[in-house]
Design a binder for this molecule. Structure first.
Ligand code: DAH
Length: 339
């Protein structure tokens, strides 16, 4: 008898049922009136008294095992059937979630920030609604400077002192006011200008500002930093050129161009010049340092500022800046990173 019990135990150890029919077969074979379990109990009646105790125990164990196995598969099969009845096929593979993408402006901003982070710059931010002091006065704009004009600046109230920042250079001022040199920071952010929206300019756009203030900072440091940036951003072969320019807050000032990928052979993007202007820069004017409470005799520094849309347009060959603001998914989908 013990052999029979062990054989059945081995059989049910491997048993699996996924349908009602299979489960019914199991029941008939082992648990029904004429099934093997009852057969064993009948046989048990004729067992010698000496063995009754041991075999009885094994038989009861087998009974427990058989009913437990039956119940377990019954529950599984019933649950599955309920799922199917509700219209859900629980064995179907899940629906693939459609993955969103970062906005191309965020992609480029993050890339710019990462490049400067690698050479020790940290990120600072400032308010979009500003005052005249931080956007213009502290940056050495004379009172009659045309950049303050109603044409360019959005004023928030009738009070001309409260306005939307027209550039991220305002964050330079805020950083310098509360940080003692050395300062090595970049300042990404959104800026606003009262301009007609066209393919080339928008009334809202994004800039990244850079500022380095320490002892003995020279124009050569600025040039080296910008060269590093240009090559990381546009590739190893990129050349840069600095053209003299004017900004009220830097002296000397320059505009930086990067070499066009056409090599100057003739392309519309660089208008056949071979160069693309990407940012303004210069040595921070000592007046600005003084205005912000930094000793201009001890410290010097450089600053630079670039438009993120401009860099994105060059990088992704987009011809219309408005695409970055329209949120057309056909445009944005192109920036979904490959999985
Ligand atoms: N603020 C300037 C603009 O909006 C860009 C700029 C030029 C920033 C020169 C600077 C700089 O920090 O040194 O056009």
């Amino acid at each position: 008898m013990l052999d029979k019990i062990n054989r059945i135990r081995a059989e049910i150890g491997n048993f699996k049922a996924t349908t009602q029919v299979e489960l019914e077969e199991f029941r008939l074979k082992y648990l029904s009136k004429k099934g093997q379990l009852n057969g064993l109990f009948d046989e048990f009646k004729t067992t010698a008294n000496m063995q009754k105790r041991e075999i009885g125990q094994k038989l009861n164990e087998l009974k427990g095992l058989l009913t437990e196995t039956f119940d377990r598969f019954k529950e599984e099969i019933d649950q599955h059937a309920a799922g199917a009845a509700s219209g859900n096929d629980l064995t179907r593979p899940g629906d693939a979630l459609s993955v969103g993408s970062r906005h191309p402006i965020s992609v480029v901003r993050n890339e710019i920030c990462d490049i400067f982070r690698r050479i020790g710059f940290t990120v600072a931010e400032g308010p979009e609604i500003e005052d005249d002091q931080h956007v213009f006065s502290a940056l050495n704009f004379p009172p009659e400077h045309p950049a303050r004009d109603m044409q360019d600046t959005f004023f928030v109230t009738r009070n001309p002192d409260i306005l939307l920042r027209t550039h991220t250079s305002s964050v330079q001022v805020r950083v310098m006011e509360k940080t003692a040199p050395p300062i090595r920071m970049i300042m990404p952010g959104r800026v606003f200008r009262n301009e007609v929206v066209s393919a080339r300019s928008h009334c809202i756009f994004h800039q990244v500002e850079g500022l380095y203030i320490a002892e003995n900072v020279s124009f050569a440091d600025l040039k080296q930093t910008l060269m590093f940036f240009a090559r990381e951003m546009f590739g190893e072969q990129t050349q840069i050129r600095l053209r003299p320019s004017f900004f009220p807050f830097t002296e000397p000032s320059a505009e930086m161009d990067v070499s066009c990928t056409c090599g100057g052979k003739g392309c519309n993007l660089c208008k056949h010049t071979g160069w693309l202007e990407i940012m303004g820069c210069g040595m921070v004017d000592p007046n600005v340092l003084d205005n912000c409470g930094i000793d201009a005799k001890k410290y010097s520094g450089y600053a630079f500022g670039m438009g993120i849309e401009r860099i994105a347009m060059l990088k992704f060959s987009t011809k219309d800046i408005r695409m970055y603001f329209e949120n057309d998914v056909r445009f944005l989908r192109q920036f979904i990173p490959a999985m």
